[in-house]
Design a protein around this ligand. Structure first.
Ligand SMILES: *Cc1c(COP(=O)(O)O)cnc(C)c1O
Length: 383
């Protein structure tokens, strides 16, 4: 092992999740796999070809930088859509490469026209409308100007989509707000149509929206977290698993994170372990070190709290998680030795460490922990 840890990406798990989510949409609804934030920590370059091989041919990213990375590895027939940040300079590149992007301010709409004139090719744009999330998107009263600009610049703008994003479809607390958003979106989308503009894709759904409000699927869905095998929230998970899947989780985790034992030694009773005084041995303790710390995405908040798997057993992290090393207590596990496999996320024997078991202790979501996994950890594809 050259690196101090590595990530395995399971092809069969990915295929399983894509099949599961695709079964929730109609045949004429397009599936866009969201690969922003380094494909939720999985690695854009590593996972994109696996997704293509399954048959998905549309990718959504947040920024032009991510689009550039995806564009380098994707096949010609696949499309890329930028849902967020793109500078005026990058717009020309995007247009040249047939990459579509969201437009949510008048300035950007004008910039798209200018870029199109320079490149001599229409810009493929998605009109993002404000429906109640209050982040980005055109409000109703701006849309008149938007329509005027689009009509005046028909040669330069191809309105490929009209879209919005829900403010927390994964929680029942937001039920009313989501209902209002759906209603507002339908009104705005109808209004745009009435003005003679007919976007090919009306799209609003993320994983949670598709699972909880199937009517949000429309012409294209933007699915991230569930494709990777995680539920958008425990609420959706329990609702689906218990009610519809007979307690069997239909999603499978794509990612496994592994390392190995770096050293093993005995510490006497009454000694502090690692930096500071947060862990005092109350017995003669056998400790193992693992060459992974917060510098590799294993949160410092898991000091004295996290667990790893060694020889099939759940082992507690003791003391503080350091930048490059953590210490675990292996007193009760016979025969632990240097080079033993350590599972940081994943299954070993009968035990599993899920990302959400991490996050319960760490007070953050699957999303956050996954995206903290650094890109420098090597990724390997397994079945
Ligand atoms: C991240 C994101 C998604 C995907 O959300 P998931 O919960 O991961 O499915 C969809 N749309 C937009 C605009 C996003 O930013």
């Amino acid at each position: 092992m050259l690196h101090t840890s590595y990530i395995e990406l399971s092809k069969s798990a990915l295929n399983n999740n894509l099949r599961f989510m695709q079964n929730k949409i109609k045949a004429n609804t397009r599936y866009s796999m969201v690969i922003k934030a380094n494909a939720y920590g999985h690695g854009i370059e590593d996972i994109l070809p696996m997704i293509e091989e399954y048959g998905v041919d549309h990718f959504s990213v947040f920024s032009a930088v991510e689009a550039m990375r995806a564009n380098k590895v994707k096949q010609d027939k696949c499309d890329i859509m930028i849902m967020g940040w793109i500078s005026d300079e990058s717009m020309e590149w995007a247009i040249e490469q047939d990459i579509s992007f969201y437009v949510f301010t008048i300035d950007r709409l004008n910039a798209a026209c200018e870029a199109s004139k320079k490149v001599k090719k229409p810009a493929k744009i998605h009109i993002e409308v404000e429906t109640g999330m209050h982040r980005t998107g055109f409000c109703k009263d701006e849309l008149t100007t938007v329509v005027e600009i689009i009509k005046k610049n028909g040669k330069y703008l191809e309105v490929e989509g009209i879209c919005t994003h829900y403010a927390g479809a994964e929680s029942i607390n937001n039920y009313k707000r989501i209902q209002n958003q759906i209603k507002t979106f339908n009104e705005l989308s109808t209004w745009i149509n009435d003005q003679g503009i007919h976007p090919k894709y009306r799209h609003t759904a993320c994983s949670a929206a598709l699972l909880a409000y199937p009517e949000t699927a429309m012409d294209l869905v933007r699915i991230g977290i569930s494709s990777y095998g995680f539920w958008p929230s425990n609420e959706i998970r329990m609702n689906k698993i218990i009610k519809e899947y007979d307690n069997q989780d239909p999603l499978l985790r794509v990612l496994t994170w592994k390392s190995e034992v770096m050293s093993v030694k005995i510490v006497d009773e009454g000694e502090y372990v690692s930096y500071g005084t947060s862990f005092l041995t109350n017995r003669k303790t056998k400790i193992a070190t693992i060459p992974v710390g917060y510098g590799y995405g294993f949160s410092r908040n898991l000091s004295n709290m996290g667990h790893v798997l060694i020889r099939g057993k759940r082992i507690p992290v003791i003391g503080s998680v350091n930048m490059n090393i953590m210490v675990v207590d292996v007193t009760d596990v016979a025969d632990v030795k240097e080079g033993d496999e350590v599972v940081l996320i994943g299954t070993q024997g009968k035990n599993t460490i899920t990302v959400s078991s991490f996050s319960d202790m760490n007070n953050s979501l699957n999303y956050e922990l996954l995206t903290r996994l650094p890109n420098h950890i090597p990724r390997y594809i397994v079945d």
